[in-house]
Design a binder for this molecule. Sequence first.
Ligand code: ZN
Length: 61
Amino acid sequence: MAHKRTHEMGRGGVCTCPKCETKIPHKRGVPCIKTICPECGAKMLRVDSEHHKSFLNKKKK
Ligand SMILES: [Zn+2]
């Protein structure tokens, strides 16, 4: 299986919670940022999205 990394945001995808790191499958038509974490109620981020990248960058520092 090829590990192809694209910037495509279309299909599949995972939403992750910046607070508790819960991951859930992204729901089609519902942006992760509008998805509420089932564990802690925070707004979720799409894995590999711009928001998620900047979140990870902030976390690193
Ligand atoms: Zn959470």
